[in-house]
Design a protein around this ligand. Structure first.
Ligand code: B1M
Length: 207
């Protein structure tokens, strides 16, 4: 098995320390950080997601795999976001109220940083007023809103409405597995991105 296949397999077993060691090894071997992310970490997480869907694994297994994913991302982050440039703008990014998923949101944060933005990560389960307060406090040009559940994506509209009512000029950007461009149009957000790399392009287009 290749180092990236090993990494995916160990991530699925939740072996956080081993995943970190393999990320370090892959970087030392000169493998592109983006390739480590997609063919190692995300590949393992994708398989776990499919198994979760088919009830072949349950929440505890998904949780330990998610922890291993986070551990791997900690090692990969500096390589993914290195650039050493002055921030070209600021984005506030969070997961909507009621939603505890943060892996996709964290990836979006990394990609935005990689694209040269200062990112203020306001975490998970974030109420609409916190998005607005954080955007005001940090003079953000972009507000990134993530949701992974069909039951919580509706809370994105409350954030978009709160931003409009507050009168701030920050653009709202939404994304997450159940979110679509049609939903974005429906709730009046300024933009939708299907993945973290597109989110970075979209955020830059707002600056
Ligand atoms: Co959850 N979960 N989960 N879960 N979980 C899903 C989302 C689900 C699809 C699994 C399934 O049943 N097939 C399902 C939702 C079904 C639905 O709503 N239709 C589900 C469920 C039901 C639940 C619970 C209700 C389970 C339960 O308790 N019975 C519960 C809800 C808890 C809550 O939030 N209140 C729950 C809990 C959990 C864990 C805690 C165990 C864990 C989260 C750990 C964590 O995040 N720290 C978890 C996980 C890991 C998943 C799956 C398996 C993987 C999600 C993930 O991290 N994917 C997921 C199944 C799946 O998606 N296939 C599932 C990898 C990540 C990189 O992708 O987040 O999609 P993603 O992000 C992508 C894009 O969507 C996009 O860019 C990212 C990278 O390119 N993107 C953006 C994301 N945010 C963006 C923002 C942007 C732009 C792009 O702009 C701002």
């Amino acid at each position: 098995m290749s180092v990236l296949e090993d990494m995916a397999a160990l991530l699925m077993k939740g072996k956080a320390k081993d995943v970190q060691a393999l990320v370090e090894q892959a970087l030392a071997d000169g493998i592109e950080p983006q390739k480590i992310l997609t063919e190692g970490l995300l590949s393992g997480m994708g398989i776990i997601g499919e198994r979760f869907k088919k009830n072949e694994v349950y929440v505890p297994e998904v949780l330990i795999a998610a922890r291993a994913m986070k551990a791997g991302m900690e090692i990969l982050q500096p390589a993914l976001t290195s650039g050493g440039i002055e921030p070209r703008g600021t984005a506030v990014v969070g997961t909507v109220k009621g939603d505890l998923h943060d892996i996709g949101k964290n990836l979006v944060c990394m990609m935005l940083e990689g694209a040269g933005l200062k990112v203020v990560d306001i975490g998970i389960d974030v109420p609409p007023e916190t998005f607005v307060e954080a955007a005001k406090e940090n003079k953000a040009q972009v507000i990134g809103i993530s949701a992974l559940l069909t039951t919580t994506m509706t809370n994105m509209k409350a954030v978009v409405d709160a931003v409009k009512e507050s009168g701030i000029s920050a653009k709202t950007m939404i994304g997450g597995a159940p979110v679509t461009q049609a939903f974005c149009d429906e709730i009046g957000a300024d933009g939708y991105a299907p993945d973290a790399a597109s989110a970075a392009d979209l955020a830059v287009s707002f600056l």
